[in-house]
Design a binder for this molecule. Sequence first.
Ligand code: PEP
Ligand code: MG
Length: 755
Amino acid sequence: MREPAGGPRVLLKRLRELTAEPLEPQARLDRIVREIAGNMVAEVCSLYVLRADHVLELFATQGLNPSAVHRAQLRLGEGLVGTIAASARPLNLSDAQGHPAFQYLPETGEEIYHSFLGVPVLRAGRTLGVLVVQNRTMRSYLDEELEALETVAMLIAEMIATGDLARLNRPGVELDLKRPQTFAGVAFNDGVGLGHVVLHEPRVVVTNLLAEDTEAELKRLSEAVGTLRLSIDDMLSRREVAFEGEHRAVLEAYRMFANDAGWVRRLEEAARNGLSAEAAVEKVQSDMRARMMHVTDPYLRERMSDFDDLANRLLRQLMGRGPEQIAADLPRDAIVVARAMGAAELLDYPRERLRGLVLEDGAATSHVVIVARAMGIPVAGQVRGAVSMAENGDAAIVDGEDGRVHLRPQPDVEAAYAEKVRFRARRQAMYRELRDRPSVSKDGVAIDLMMNAGLAVDLPQLDESGAGGIGLFRTELQFMVAATFPRAEAQERLYREVLDAARGRSVTFRTLDIGGDKVLPYFSTETTEENPALGWRAIRLTLDRPALLRTQVRALLKAAGGRELRVMLPMVTEIGEIAQAREMIDREVRHLSRFGYELPMSLKIGAMLEVPALMWQLDELMKAVDFVSVGSNDLFQFVMAVDRGNTLVADRFDPLSTPFLRVLKQIADAGKRNGTPVTLCGELAGKPISAMALFGVGFRSVSMSAASIGPVKAMLAQLDIAELGQLCAERMANPAMGSARDVLIAHAAEHGIAL
Ligand code: PEP
Ligand code: MG
């Protein structure tokens, strides 16, 4: 066995020259394997590429039988090559044939070679192929040789990823990188989006793989690591509230990793082997991702993600890629793919270019999802593996109806979705036509159709949807997307903006409804609650922390100077709570008036009906307030004792069942009896079938997400409310307590009502 001739740096230089030569792809590949074999003093060098059908195909060889090229094949997991690809780990064997996985391929003539070194061809932790060298003698390859082969494999990964080898496929056979994939995620926001992948926190695509001057690259690397460490120390030393708790723990982990001697050593080794500083970061990261691919421990996976973030930071540092550049490169139909994302980060993307959002983590209640919903972007969450399987620019479809994500979809899938999008667009066009028509039933009953909102991004939808006003403005959203408590001025500014956008239409501001599932990262309570939905939340919390409520009320009063102000209290349980809140509001009114502020033209105070206890104080409640709004999301969960966020039980009972319809009817009747306006602002109002039931039991005002106004208005136009009221009354008198859903569906079908 001779010493390697020239080492990896010389080899990389040769390969770079080869990639620049005007050669046909196959000829280039043949030359590359010959160069590698020569440089590494191996008798054989072969490249296997992973196809979409999970077969590894021999694409080029020096030393094996040339006629085996594009004929020799192994399935993923089969033989030594298949084992390397499946495990994403190298194999270094002095006697390959003694390995249990060895499989003899007669067409290659490889039986005379004993020692074997194979490495996965990796890109962003994905295996794209396998690169192998073999020798006749039984020898063990040195660590440096393994490192050299891995470095060369990176260059080949780049060739595969840039599509250089795709032309070598037989027709109908796709490389794995282009394999269509479907992920089953969870639907977080309705809608269908077709577009092209934009990786949030993009894996920076390294284009200058090879170093001109190794010493210079080592210096760049060391400087970048130094700056990275300083920036993390800097973040940690800022004593902002936002960096306490979990945020701080993540930063501490970053600091630990950034100072990890092993990580830095591996980076330097890769650069010493001839890679540019950027490519060195990518190589070390890709190796690590591949090794960690099968780890399921959530803690370790989380740490892995931290490492990923850190490597990305380092790459961006080295390449000088800031957010401006990323925005400039954004396609017109972006499907943003992220591991996780803060709500504010989503707002950095221009809305008109966003077609969908894919999250590896997330929950329907996570802040970013709330914002995406407000922006009307389809969202699929818990889409595991999406980030490493997607490349910037890949075609993608997000199905927000069922949570599926199609990556690089087949033409028939794309065609089916294009049809679905057209169908939805036609429906939207129909709703737009209805926008300026009054919302009245077929028999002339006028119904207020209002929309729910919570952020400034919702406001354009007020005009677009044709809503009569904002029936529920969730003020807590501003608090949830912020890093610290929004200051009084910021609150006032938002409320003023909302009232300006409403141009005289009614707006109901709900006071802070935090607690329960609505957590503020910067506001932690001392005790963890066992049942947060039944705990210290909404008005209970704000009455206990009067400074919070006072600041908010003052901001509302100032913003509404000269206009009508409607304030609604969430999660009221006792009438006394309303009196307490009213007292505080009155005090603020007196305070502002003393200082000469213009006061609201009129002030209306209402309560949400979410807690069943109010059902036995209905007349007192109606007298204590100017209006009542049923929060059916919470009311239903408390009446039925089902956690609204628990998928095991959330859909177990039907809100259209007789008991719950009776609850709703009693509320509507009490409103009429006392002359107090009653509305409903939970999700129930947004589905045409349940909106129909609400009108049937006596509701004449409802508030829902902006996207639901069109469908509900269309249904209403075909509905005879008197006839429906009759049907509901008969149904509720019926001792069979089942759901009225079927009866309502049949009624709709019979009368040509679109649900
Ligand atoms: C409700 O409970 O129905 C409601 C509108 O409030 P939220 O969904 O914000 O808890
Ligand atoms: Mg509620």
